[in-house]
Design a protein. Sequence first.
Length: 132
Amino acid sequence: WLLQRGDAAGALALLNAARRSPALAPDAPDRGEVRRRVLRAQALLMPGQAAAALAAARAAAAELRRLAPPVRRPSLEAETARVSGLAMLALGQRREAQAARQRAVAERRAFDLPGSTWLARAQARRDGRPPR
């Protein structure tokens, strides 16, 4: 909700204070950590810290790969790719950003309902229309 309000500093403070679940072994992969890193990347994009945002998104992707392989997490995978693409675009890496966006859309297409607002917004952006 802090990110939705545009409070990047507040979101980063909250994310930096968050800790791993004590129930997890110290070296165990953590789905919550993936989500926190994706949110951190989004928060870093707001003040224009694209390089730090891309590093956070890549760390999220690395943690995501450590999770149990047979279990898919399409929403996290799509969000990680989306935020990576936004950071790459901000850094001028257009080709890489486009590939990340395509991965995000492909994940969402495979698992979202056809009337998904996420897919509708992605299609609108692709068509050059303002997303609603």
